[in-house]
Design a protein around this ligand. Sequence first.
Ligand code: MN
Length: 367
Amino acid sequence: MEVLQRHHTEGRDVRLIVTDVQMPQMDGLSLAENIRRQSAFSTIPIILISSSVQQGEPSRCRALGHSAYLSKPVQPSELFDAMLDMLSIKKPAAQTKAMRTAEATSARKRAMKILLAEDNAVNRKLAKTLLEKHGYTVVNAENGREALEVLGREQIDLILMDMQMPVMDGFEAMRAIRESERDSGKHIRIVALTAHAMKGDRARCLEAGADDYVTKPIRTTELLAALDRSEAGAPVGEVAAGSASAAPGAILDVQRALQRLDGDSELLEELATLFADEGVKNIRDIHEAFAAADAKLLERLAHTVKGASANIGAASLSHAALVLEELARSGDLTNAAEKIAALERELARLLPAIKSLARKTADGVRS
Ligand code: MN
């Protein structure tokens, strides 16, 4: 229980529990029942292994849901099958042998450990949640330097690299990685995360060493398609142009945002709430950057707001941020005060919409 709690508070949720039934102090079934009582752990798959099938154990196990009951001695293949069943997204209906094989392959592929280098908290949360939902393991880094540190100490299968980051950006980090690979002869797959608005970004990413790229705002289907291409070792795919950009002028286009998030309204609410906190902080930083006449910083902050707001379907705020970003990039801050004021107005319009979205979701859960 302690290990589970600690991992949960640290944001590294356990994906599967395998436990012996006969254990001192708290036996496996009581442990499983305790785990199920906590809503955060209500759906973690649990595999129970028993050395002597006791009366009532199989039915107590069934009552847990998302669980399997195996008796010792357990064959490796039996345990493996149970794990596949537990971890598979599909319901364990009657399956053909071909389906099972396909699932096994997919489960192996999905044991992939992804390093996500992204400075924006909303984007990080979004990508991490989506990837974990699809069975990937995700390690976070908030800038290029952190990403290099992670690579130095952990075995990583693929990197999702944001290009615009503070301290060390994605271009610099990718060059450093490719440089070091010249000696080792290895090649880690890197998928660049780029802002759609920046023309030439794609070419620059590939030139700097990316194998593939995904444009922001992040869409589930595009991200997963890029990972499938990676698993297949396939070349860069075509990106559907502007397929799901929010309707211009919308304060909060919930429908479009949900389309990008697999229809996960709880995730949208979480992102929106996270965005509301970050957004207020971003505006404060934007004022400071403007006061310091730091056009570079202003550009980066505006860029962050643009991307994060697009993720939650806040099209008009995203547009206001784009205008400020472009102005800051030009280096001429003459009209910046006006653009910052416009950005603030949009954020002020958005915050109540986010609040009512959170209320709606809460109502939905209650009813
Ligand atoms: Mn960024």
